[in-house]
Ligand binder design. Sequence first.
Ligand code: SAH
Ligand code: F3S
Length: 487
Amino acid sequence: MPVKEIEKNPSLHNGTLTEASQTKQSSSPKLAYIESYGCQMNFADSEVVASILTDEGYQITQSLNDASLVLVNTCSIREKAEQTVRKRLEYFNSIKKDKTEMTVGVLGCMAERLKHQFLEEEKIVDLVVGPDAYKDIPNLLEEVAQDREAVNVLLSKEETYGDIAPIRLNSNGVSAFVSITRGCDNMCTFCVVPFTRGRERSRDPKSILEEVNDLAQKGYKEITLLGQNVDSYLWYGGGLKKDFIKATALQQKTALRFENLLALVADAQPGIRIRFSTSNPQDMSVDVLKVMKRYDNICKYIHLPVQSGSNAILKKMNRQHTREEYMALIDTIRQLIPNCGISHDMIAGFPSENERDHQDTLDLMDYVQYDFGFMFAYSERPGTLAARKIEDDVPDEIKKRRLSQIIEKQQAHSKIRTQAFLGQTVCVLIEKESKRSKEQWSGRTTQNTVVVFPKKEFKVGDFVEVKITDCTSATLIGEAVELSKRV
Ligand code: SAH
Ligand code: F3S
């Protein structure tokens, strides 16, 4: 799943209360404010935290100034992501000075990575909770109240939060995330995630289906199944993926894989769009592609990070695939699902990357012609294998130049991809008002391409047929024709 360093609008000081608070009013509510950074999983985790807090009598507020508990769900993926959070923590502390009662807590990957450092050296937070320890928040708040150290960064073999019904935050009532796996075993040498989110484990399909059915009943129209590595989903009764070899013969025989889960979810709610993210090339099977092809309601879109087009670099990154294997997978996708949208993550300037390696990346992009991508300059992360073993030797200016070339190429390809839709009529799920105009809706095609068009009589949550008349490199522009019979 693409990691975007999105900042939730910090200037929302209007005191609006979310769903949770509107349903659970009490005379003197304790108010909690949660800000999330980073990947979609973090946003989904914050909804789990909101649920745990609501059970403790908290209401979730969007007003930072009213809150007695301020939590920030953090991202460690690149240095810049951590800097953004640090600035916010400084700001929270400046507010705290003027208030009698305010607890500040750090959740997520930075909590896991920096652990006690936040309390002992930096003294800028009261509470530190890693991604697997959210159920301990009530106890930790008690520790804070008793003026004791409140840190829990234990990683778990089982925790999937399958028993917690998330409280949707900042929801449009149309799209929702459902976590299906946690952690990552891939150990790409540049990546901090295996250290901050622990080993891979899958969530009970029963609880996934319950959540999906509940969302459908509440009127949601699009569900994204989430995991660091969704294609490696494996349910054999609980436990770590790496312990599957120790499972009983019966457990091994009856285990449920990603393609099975995808089919179950798609069958359960044929009127709802199903998406998933993220797919890792070495784990994506032809069986998954066949299920995607079989079900109309599984979106024809795959986020398939590659990181580099050079075999030498892929090897140093410990990616478990070569350039040729990746290209063969792209060929299979195009063959089975010709209209599939494909996006990527790419890293420019991984240690030792030379101009030929970089050219290989650009050539691979030409081969695939991705619909869009998430592109980053390499950022060394303390503790990763790359940081320990390979010198970060590509100068910043070169990283930046290579990154701009990658971005430029992507923009050209995106334009080709969007232009291919001109004149077509596509099915769009209306998600929200367009940012550019109050008169227009914004939604996405099955390929995940954004479409904007005049509102007419249609409403958020409608599937509509839209005739595409114009485009930019990122957006399709069109005219809604009628309600769609497709999803
Ligand atoms: N499998 C995960 C990947 C999370 S990280 C998922 O669910 O998306 C998202 C992307 O951030 C990676 O694919 C990679 O392109 C980028 N990234 C990770 N570590 C990085 C680093 N140290 N420097 C620059 N980019 C990085
Ligand atoms: Fe990170 Fe590679 Fe896993 S990018 S999240 S270690 S697949």
